[in-house]
Design a binder for this molecule. Sequence first.
Ligand SMILES: [Zn+2]
Length: 289
Amino acid sequence: MKFGDYEIFLLEDGEFRLDGGAMFGVVPRVLWARTDAPDDRNRIRLAANCLLIKGDGFNALIDTGLGGKWDDKEREMFAVAEPRTLITDLARVDLHPDEITHVIQTHLHFDHVGGATLIDAEGTLKIQFPNAKVFVQKGEWETANDPNPRDRRSYKPENLNPLKENGVLELIEGDGEILPGISVTVTGGHTKHHQLVTLRSNGSTLVYLGDLIPTPSHLPVPYVMAYDLDPEQTMAAKAPLLEEADEAGWLLVFEHSAGVKAGHLQRGEKGRLELVPFDIDQTEYTPKN
Ligand SMILES: [Zn+2]
């Protein structure tokens, strides 16, 4: 889809499942089960939606999904399914992994950075995008390499070491512009240095929410994941963002939604914010306002 001066594509790196209770924190199951029906192991269906931004002289990828480095036990535990992958979706838009120039990581949990590396036919661990610089918050990198016991399962050395060994890391500190029109904003909350990515062009704004608001079911401010390190900080970042997104007509992209993946906000009954779905596979962007 054309978005101002850019072309954007949603690429899906497979589906997986996580415990519904963990995905909704203090929200009772009777409430979240209405929108996200759990399976017989109490898991809900999620996707890993990555965003490709094609601009003048660059192909930037926002997050890299689950990747394929799973053993059978993990595949079963997380119900990893690959009707599509980042690589098959890239091929669909006529791009080879070598042509990716920038990767921006919201954070380094396995379901966000797993696709930045692969194990080749000889069993060697490699980087997936050899010509891309990988932008990540310095604090996130440090946390990932020295995780606390609660985070240890989310930060996997095989997702991190190849990035360092190949010299592709660009450690950034705080908010800033990575490419013309593409900037990052540190939100904290989910992880201490979690960041979201904003694309602005010709008066239109798109926000890739990462794990700040992982699916449209998480739009209500208290619907915060139990995975979040600091739920108060998540809410403090989320509430003003939703207000602004509604007023300014931002297009929101939900990284973990297996259903509606993007949309605009509107005020529904009792002034509650609701999502008007938007299909990114359309050919041209029509701003809300
Ligand atoms: Zn996630």
